[in-house]
Write a protein that binds this ligand. Structure first.
Ligand code: ADP
Length: 610
């Protein structure tokens, strides 16, 4: 079999440790300090655990009075109990809370990066998989907090090992290498298992993403209608069942690998203990060591071996934690392949912009053909342009390019003569008020959604005015909490769920409130009833006043409201002119118009002017 080249981690373990510690000091400093303080406490506790049995034996054979024996053993016992309470009670609980806080902080950073990543990048599967892995790395118990925990345990184990090793070496130095044999073997097995898991992590993460998707679908109201009416529940359950079977098979495979690794260690431990204890018993029989020394050394041997094992395991664990931190850092730090300029939007917000597409082409990632081919188009300042064409012609892609969600793979888009990629992305978005075909609202109030302001600093009358302009005035009157109604009935019992048409109107109100100099409406009337649609057409002249606008519609009659009509076919502009000019041209636009308008004529051939 061909040997694959070993993948180099994104960052080294030491580098990840520093990164993670800095972050922990920033977000949960007390947890970090308590952990450091826990190191000497842990070493002292380990020593107590082997010394107490030896002390009891020593006191028992010392011939001291009962009161002296009770005082010596009792005071030692109390110290041990206090230390144990400090470490296992207070510290562990407090650190648990701090770790949860730290994990949330890292999750916040991951979410922040998700939201600020260019849309085009974020749409890619590998980026979404990377986010999934980064989020999994923050899950409790395997989270990033365990990096510093493991590092502190490492120091504690090393110190304990030195202490216990010293005790053993004081009676038999050659015993040390013997008790190291088992942990070394155990580490080799564990590392092999961890490497195998890491190699298959993409498969595992893919499986759990699919399962997550299949688990969420039954809870999705949007999908729920189609699932029921189109009888997809059986298919969904089969898919879910298939995925669960695949995950179970995978877990079984993991468990058997882990079992082989654990069983090998167990056999070696048995061998080691038999040898070491035989030697110790021989020394006791020959009176080379006293009874209490026998008890002390006996405990020291098994503890020392377990410390050495723990050091090696923790080293392996640190490596595993480091790989998880790599996934997080890769997602957070990974620089996107595209760079943006730093042009500000302010100057462009003061005037009505002119937009020009110069030889613009676009190809989706992974595709081998261009979706847009050499688009050359000038939209004059204040002009209102209608974009029409059959499904898949490339209209939405063109809008997404204009809004800065995608970047042209060829040519450029100029705003007042300035190339779109010389703007800072956040600034560029300020220029546009788009209404997309599909939008999703979150559990915010109507006012917050329309204004995009969650701090309550929005202009109440402007919000209400925008809602009235798009025809949502009557709806508002029916809501007891008006614009303060939450847009999700599942989250707030006094909230509301909007219909498709109402949602489209709400998105239009949001675009009006933003009042950006470029207004883009992608199929704005698709879900509206005839009255609402005609209200939008009436309002359209007002909406676009003092703006450059782009209007995508299937309803060809609606293009009459626009200054210019652009007809697209297969990613190219094939016709351009006013509605009347394109009708006179007698090509594809006029053919489609004819086809559509025939349904609105009465039996006598009169147009019903819809
Ligand atoms: P329109 O809005 O004119 O209906 P679109 O711009 O949505 O057309 O789509 C144009 C073409 O690009 C279609 O063939 C569609 O399948 C393809 N397409 C759209 N979005 C993506 C995407 N995210 N990835 C790959 N191909 C896409």
């Amino acid at each position: 079999m061909k040997k694959t080249k070993k993948e180099k981690p994104y960052r080294s373990t030491a580098n990840n440790f520093i990164w993670s510690s800095k972050l922990q000091l920033k977000y949960a400093p007390l947890g970090f300090v308590i952990r450091i303080f826990g190191i000497p406490v842990g070493v002292a506790l380990s020593y107590c655990s082997i010394y107490l049995p030896a002390l009891i034996v020593k006191q028992a054979v010392s011939g001291n009075t009962f009161a002296d024996v009770a005082l010596a053993i009792g005071s030692f016992f109390i110290i041990q109990m206090l230390l144990s309470q400090l470490k296992e009670g207070f510290m562990v609980r407090y650190i648990g809370a701090m770790d949860a806080r730290f994990n949330y902080a890292v999750q916040y950073l991951i979410n922040e990066r998700s939201l600020t990543r260019p849309y085009e990048e974020y749409e890619k599967k590998e980026i979404r998989d990377l986010r999934h892995r980064a989020m999994s790395a923050t899950q409790y118990n395997t989270g990033v907090g365990d990096f510093s925990e493991r590092a502190c345990y490492m120091v504690e184990y090393v110190l304990s090992y030195v202490l216990f090793g010293g005790i053993i070496a004081s009676f038999s130095p050659w015993m040390l290498p013997l008790i190291m044999l088992e942990p070394i073997l155990s580490l080799i097995c564990t590392r092999a298992y961890q490497r195998w898991c890491h190699k298959h992590r993409e498969y595992e993460s893919n499986l759990s993403s699919k399962l997550g998707y299949a688990e969420e679908l039954p809870d999705d109201f949007t999908a729920g209608k189609d699932i029921r009416v189109y009888g997809m529940s059986g298919w969904l359950q089969n898919t879910y069942h298939g995925l669960v079977n695949e995950i179970n098979a995978w877990e079984r495979k993991k468990a058997s690998r882990s079992f082989v690794s654990g069983f090998t260690s167990l056999v070696v431990i048995l061998l080691r203990d038999s040898l070491a204890y035989a030697f110790l018993i021989g020394m006791a029989i020959n009176k080379q060591i006293s009874v209490d020394e026998f008890v002390l050394y006996f405990a020291a041997i098994s503890q020392c071996a377990s410390f050495f094992g723990a050091i090696l395991n923790t080293w392996g664990g640190l490596h595993a934690s480091s790989l998880r931190v790599c996934d997080i850092r890769k997602f957070i730090e990974d620089d996107v392949s595209v760079s943006y300029g730093n042009e500000k939007a302010d100057a462009h917000l003061m005037r009505v912009p002119e937009i020009e597409f110069v030889n613009v082409s676009y190809r989706y990632d992974g595709s081998d053909t261009d979706v847009l081919k050499n688009i050359n188009l000038k939209i004059k300042a204040g002009e209102s342009l209608a974009l029409v064409g059959l499904n898949g012609a490339g209209k939405t892609t063109l809008v997404k390019l204009l809004c800065g969600l995608y970047r042209p793979t060829g040519g450029q888009i100029l705003i007042n003569g300035t190339p779109s990629d010389s703007f800072a992305l956040k600034e560029y978005y300020r220029l546009f008020s788009p209404v997309f075909q599909d939008s999703k609202t979150a559990f915010f109030t109507i006012a917050e959604t329309v204004s995009g302001d969650l701090d309550g600093n929005y202009d109440v009358s402007r919000v209400e005015n925008c809602l009235k302009r798009v025809g949502l005035g009557n709806k508002l009157d029916t809501l007891p909490k008006g614009i303060n109604t939450v847009l999700d009935k599942q989250v707030d019992s006094e909230g509301t769920n909007l219909s498709g048409g109402e949602m489209q109107k709400l998105m239009m109100a949001r675009a009006l409130y933003k009042n950006a100099p470029v207004l883009i409406l992608d199929e704005p009337t698709a879900a509206l009833d005839p009255i609402a649609e005609s209200k939008i057409y009436e309002e359209y002249q007002n909406m676009t006043k003092g703006k450059t606008s782009l209007f995508i519609s299937h309803r060809l009659a609606s293009t009459r409201f626009c200054d210019k009509v652009v007809y697209m076919e297969d990613g190219q502009i094939t016709e351009i002119g006013t509605h009347e000019e394109l009708l006179a041209l007698g090509k594809e636009y006029s053919r489609l118009y004819e086809m559509q308008s025939c349904w609105y004529r009465d039996d006598y051939g009169r147009e019903n002017n819809i």
